[in-house]
Structure formats: structure tokens, C-alpha cells
Design a protein around this ligand. Structure first.
Ligand code: GTP
Ligand code: MG
Length: 338
């Protein structure tokens, strides 16, 4: 299962209690206090891992607890530190703190400042810090109190509710209406194998492909589920996935230039742009390229011409993904842009 948004509860370990103890040895009468300190509680740590591609592990295990520290012991022995709990998350995970567990995914547009955005491989973030260990009675001796019975408890570990959200990291994203041929294109330009089928919403979550260019250069391209009108308001699958394009430098708009199912390619393009703009106005400032797909079908020459007349300034690449036509040209353009 692909999970790109999850709410979790995390709790760091409590520090161990300090110890009250006195030195007892055969020829050392009244040996004095020797109770050691408690160990610190374990931290809850998030670590970005390139081998993890979504948050499903947290979906199945949304309560994360690190170990408590051990209590202090006699002979000035400190308790052991509680083990840290390390949680692997995909690169591109954005972490928000939630005020309480009452957080509705659907109707809230979450806009608070994130705690962290984990984008680099092996980057770590301490989500909840473990409590410090308590002090043993050795710390409380003084000239007037030579047999102290005081100690302190370990501190509580930090805890809280958090929202983790994945924003895919890719150089470019394929966006378009369902069935435009986005997944077919990704299969042609990369080794990725997203599912392709003749019905809308075949792709249910983002898939990333790596495109190789001459000279060992490479770029990552994300295939995003099809958008429909109103996607920015949450219609279709679009809204859930629009955030995955927010990090891409280049947007690749895929239109079905054959106008299958009574579509008008020029209108499609216009609507797609509007949808993206309504979701996040900064996105329309990105570089973008238009892919006019399905050129093997009838009437496409006229439609392509109409598209070019209507958007004279746009870079439009005609392709036929099924016949592998225009793919080299597309890769050449991508190499230039990325
Ligand atoms: N004739 C023709 N059909 C194509 C071409 N590219 C894709 N198709 C077909 O169009 C249908 C949809 O292709 P997909 O690649 O699944 O489309 P998609 O844009 O990923 O669709 P969603 O994942 O549902 O958004 C499939 O039946 C493909 O075989 C093309 O260049 N020419
Ligand atoms: Mg698809």
C-alpha cells in the first residue's frame, strides 16, 4: 500500500530514577552514599532513507515509543541509556506538529510551518527527546548530610502528535488528465513500470522513474495520478497528489492530442494550467513543456496545429508513446531543461 500522509503519536523514553544506596564493605564502616544516576531515555529519531518510498510502515504502526532509561544502581553505577527508536522515512518527508490528536485530514488545509523537511539521504531529526536520568544520592552528600536519602526521578520524555507528509522529490512531473498516456510515456523514457490501462485513474499513486541521458547524466521523473477539473478543491484523486509536484523544477503537461472521449486538447491544456494555478500560484512560474501524445491516432495533425496556434509561445513536443515516436526528441528537450 502507498501511504503519503500519516498521523502519528511519538513518545521518547523516560529517564531512569537515581538510586539511594550506601557503600557496604567489610572494613569500611559507614561507607557513605554510592547511589548512581539513572540513564537517559531513548530519543525518537526520524531518518530519511532512500530505500523507503512511502510512509506505509507508520500507517500500520502509528504509535512510536523509545525505551526508558535504566534506574541508577549501587556502587555509583549509572543506569543504562534507553535505546533510541529510529524510524525510516522516505526522502521528501515533511513533518508538522499537531496540537492534539483531533486532526481531520480531509477538510483542513494544513498550512503551519513544518518542523523539518527531510530531503537529504541519511538526514536525521530528533522528533522527541528522551528525558534526562535522575540523580543518585551521591550527589546529595555534604558535610552536614553525610547519609543523604535524596535522589531525583528521571524526567519524562517528550511526546506529541505529528503529521508526516511526503512530497516526492523529482526533477520533473508528468501531469495531465486521466488516460492521456502519462504512464505509457514514463515506461518509454525510463525503466519504471507503472501500470497502463485503457481506463481513467489507472495510476493511483506517484511513481518515479529515472531517465538516463548521454554522458551518464540522469533525472528523476514522477508520474502523478490523472487530474480532473476541481482537483485543487479535492475532486478526483488530484488534490491528494498535487503536493507531489510542488518540488519539481519542470512540469510536463501531457495532453491527448487526438481528443479521445470528446476532449478538446487546447481546452484540456488551459484547464490543466488553471487547476495547477488554483492549487498553488507559484507553480505556474515553473518551467513547463507540453507533450502532445497519441499522434498515431486520426485528426491529430489538425489538433496539433490548433494547439500551436492557440499557444504560440509554448514548447510542444508531439509524441506517440505506444509507437515510441517523438520519445528521443522529448528526452533531448528534457536533457536541455534539467
Ligand atoms: N493510440 C495511442 N494510445 C496511447 C498512447 N499512449 C497511451 N495510450 C493508451 O492510452 C491508455 C491510457 O494510458 P496510460 O499511460 O495508462 O494513461 P495515464 O495518463 O497514465 O492514465 P491515468 O494513470 O489513468 O491517469 C492506454 O490504453 C494506452 O495504451 C499513444 O501514444 N497512442
Ligand atoms: Mg497512469
Amino acid at each position: 500500500m502507498f501511504v503519503d500522509r500519516v498521523r502519528i503519536f511519538a513518545q521518547a523514553g523516560k529517564g531512569g530514577r537515581g538510586c539511594v544506596s550506601f557503600r557496604r564493605e567489610k572494613f569500611v564502616p559507614k561507607g557513605g552514599p554510592d547511589g548512581g544516576d539513572g540513564g537517559r531515555g531513548g530519543n525518537v529519531i526520524l531518518r530519511a532513507d532512500r530505500h523507503v518510498d512511502n510512509l506505509s510502515n507508520l500507517f500500520y504502526e502509528p504509535i512510536i515509543k523509545a525505551k526508558n532509561g535504566g534506574h541508577g544502581m549501587g556502587k555509583k553505577m549509572a543506569g543504562r541509556a534507553g535505546a533510541d527508536k529510529i524510524v525510516k522515512v522516505p526522502l521528501g518527508t515533511v513533518v508538522h506538529q499537531l496540537a492534539s490528536e483531533k486532526f481531520e485530514f480531509r477538510n483542513s488545509n494544513f498550512e503551519s510551518q513544518p518542523l523539518i523537511d527531510l530531503t537529504r539521504e541519511d538526514e536525521e531529526f530528533v522528533l522527541c527527546r528522551g528525558g534526562a536520568g535522575g540523580k543518585g544520592n551521591v550527589h546529595f552528600k555534604s558535610s552536614r548530610n553525610r547519609a543523604p536519602r535524596q535522589y531525583t526521578d528521571g524526567e519524562e520524555g517528550e511526546e506529541g502528535y505529528f503529521l508526516l507528509e511526503l512530497r516526492t522529490i523529482a526533477d520533473a512531473a508528468l501531469v495531465g488528465y486521466p488516460n492521456a498516456g502519462k504512464s505509457t510515456l514514463l515506461r518509454k523514457i525510463s525503466a519504471a513500470r507503472p501500470k497502463v490501462a485503457a481506463y481513467p485513474f489507472t495510476t493511483l499513486h506517484p511513481v518515479i522513474g529515472v531517465v538516463e541521458f548521454p554522458g551518464y547524466r540522469r533525472a528523476t521523473i514522477a508520474d502523478i495520478p490523472g487530474l480532473i477539473e476541481g482537483a485543487h478543491r479535492g475532486l478526483g484523486l488530484g488534490h491528494e497528489f498535487l503536493r507531489h509536484i510542488t518540488r519539481c523544477r519542470v512540469l510536463l503537461f501531457v495532453v491527448d492530442v487526438a481528443g479521445s472521449e470528446g476532449r478538446n486538447p487546447a481546452e484540456d491544456l488551459q484547464n490543466l494550467r488553471r487547476e495547477i494555478d488554483l492549487y498553488d500560484p507559484t507553480l505556474s512560474a515553473r518551467s513547463w513543456l507540453v507533450i502532445a501524445n497519441k499522434m498515431d491516432l486520426p485528426n491529430t495533425e489538425e489538433n496539433l496545429k490548433a494547439l500551436r496556434t492557440r499557444f504560440p509561445k509554448l514548447d510542444i513536443v508531439p509524441t506517440s508513446a505506444v509507437r515510441t515516436e517523438g520519445i528521443e526528441e522529448l528526452k533531448r528537450k528534457l536533457a536541455e531543461w534539467l
